[in-house]
Ligand binder design. Structure first.
Ligand SMILES: Cc1ncc(COP(=O)(O)O)c(C=O)c1O
Length: 492
């Protein structure tokens, strides 16, 4: 008996020998000459576990309770933009017209899907001030790597690929920036941040030269500071013949307000899973948009969506392209979610989301820290932060012995995901908070109270924090030992 068709149109048969269990069996394939019966075809159905739906549901719910997400509580993981992902995105991404396609389907049958990519591409160009977009990279770091490949290909074509061997990266950068440069064969030149936490212009002027391939920068930077000299910075690098790469991980602070393209950047990636509310996923369901100015568009990964009088196609004929950097055309369903988010917010909504992200970060910062503990706080002319801020627990550690790590672990017992720890590297005992725009004032107040409570605990009973967390499925691991001597095993 046939119970329906699977996504590829293959009939599905379900065996009902066990009450409540449904074991899927494919009917015998009608291709005996292709698969010899005796040698390759399975004689008996695969013994898949037979469980009632209720048991499976309990199993996954139990697993879910062991993990922590924005649906469980406050998640101020700095630099990661753990904003709420609206359910509407998921509903749109689950539409059969989007899910029941095959990557090798003829393009005239996937015009709607290509239109999604084309529309997203147009909106992202508008938001970034760039001229062309590839949606192929699967993560921010992947976009960076591909972006630096483009810079390299550009210099090679210009004939100075060999001499332009250095990539300039500020010391506040995310580790993926120097990693992307090094993996492309560049020597990384680190320039220091000035006393204000921004790029030291004098050091930059000294670093640039005929060997400069480019500069990689995020703005606002990882201290949550918007660099007011950004136009000057990109001018200096261009003046030396280098290109400017924008790490868009922090675009949530400025989207709809100011644009990397207008700041002088030539190439940029956007983390769709941070800024545009698609799920985070380590190289899995993540996604990045790689954007560039027109003069670099030929170097973008291929294929690109092409429009010929309204007929959309995938253009592979791109001789300058750095090639394919992912399977087919990227994580398409991530693009559906990002487009859904952008269309739900609209132009004004995008800018409002950024403004609220900035407001929430500054509100939380003022509630939980004294200026002494805010990294790069200039007492004479304190500057507001963008969407995130960094505290230094150095003073607390010297007074109580309680470290940033201890405080982060303590937050777990209060149902709060810890902020990012020990990053950026230029701040001692760093805790980086990014509340995002989707948290209410009540949540921020409660989080601030929980943190301040812990600070009091650190002073009154420091030992108690060293043993935290006490309420999580995994307590405090010996992280150094775990990294040096990992025990990797499958637990059934
Ligand atoms: C500033 C910055 N750049 C780059 C990345 C890398 O992005 P992804 O995690 O998507 O690879 C991150 C990630 O946290 C980041 O914070």
């Amino acid at each position: 008996m046939v119970d329906g068709l699977d996504r590829m149109g293959v009939p599905l048969v379900f065996e009902r020998s066990v009450p409540g269990a449904r074991t899927a069996m494919l009917p015998p394939l009608d291709v005996p000459e292709a698969l010899p019966d005796d040698a390759l075809l399975r004689a008996e159905p695969l013994p898949l576990p037979e469980l009632a739906e209720g048991e499976v549901s309990r199993h996954y719910s139990a697993l879910e309770r062991r993990a922590f997400g924005v649906n469980n509580g406050f998640y101020p993981l700095g630099s990661c933009t753990m904003k709420y992902n609206p359910k509407l995105n998921e509903e749109m991404a689950a539409l059969p017209g989007f899910t029941d396609i095959h990557p090798l389907q003829p393009v005239h049958t996937i015009q709607g899907c290509l239109a999604v990519m084309s529309r997203l591409d147009a909106i992202l160009r508008e938001i970034t001030g760039m001229d062309a977009v590839s949606l192929q990279p699967a993560a921010g770091a992947h976009g960076e790597f591909a972006g630096v490949m483009m810079i390299k290909a550009y210099h090679e074509r210009g004939g100075d690929g060999a001499s332009r061997a250095k990539m300039i990266v500020p010391d506040s950068a995310h580790g993926t920036n120097p990693a992307s440069a090094a993996m492309n064969g560049y020597t990384v030149v680190t320039i220091p941040s000035g006393a204000d936490g921004c790029v030291d212009i004098a050091a930059l002027r000294q670093a640039v030269g005929p060997d400069t391939a480019g500069l990689m920068l995020t703005n606002p930077n990882t201290l949550g500071l918007f660099d007011p000299n950004v136009a000057e910075i990109t001018r200096i690098v261009h003046g030396a013949g280098g290109l400017c790469y924008y790490d868009g991980a922090n675009l949530n602070a400025i989207m709809g307000i100011t644009r990397p393209g207008d700041m002088g950047f030539d190439v940029a990636h956007l983390n769709l899973h941070k800024t545009f509310s698609t799920p985070h996923g380590g190289g899995g369901p993540g996604g990045a948009a790689l954007c560039c100015k027109a003069f670099l568009s030929g170097y973008l990964p291929k294929p690109m969506v092409a429009d010929s009088d309204g007929a959309l196609s995938l253009d592979d004929d791109r001789p300058l392209s750095v090639g394919k950097v992912g399977a087919f055309y990227g994580n398409f369903l991530v693009c559906v979610r990002a487009l859904c988010y952008l269309l739900s917010l609209g132009g004004d909504g995008v800018a409002l989301a950024a403004s609220n992200a900035v407001l929430n970060a500054n509100y939380l910062m003022r509630k939980l820290a004294s200026p002494d503990d805010i990294a790069y706080w200039d007492g004479d002319s304190p500057r507001a932060r963008a969407h995130e801020f960094v505290l230094s627990m150095k003073k607390m550690k010297s007074e109580t012995g309680v470290s940033a790590l201890d405080l982060a672990k303590g937050l777990l017992d209060k149902g709060i995901h810890p902020p990012t720890m020990y990053f950026p590297l230029i701040v001692d005992e760093a805790l980086m908070f990014e509340p995002t725009e989707t948290e209410s004032r009540a949540t921020l107040d409660a989080a601030a109270e929980a943190f301040l409570d812990m600070v009091r605990q650190a002073r009154d009973d420091p030992e108690s924090l060293r043993a935290a967390p006490r309420s999580t499925p995994v307590r405090r691991p010996d992280e150094v030992r775990a990294a040096r001597n990992p025990i990797l095993r499958y637990q059934g």
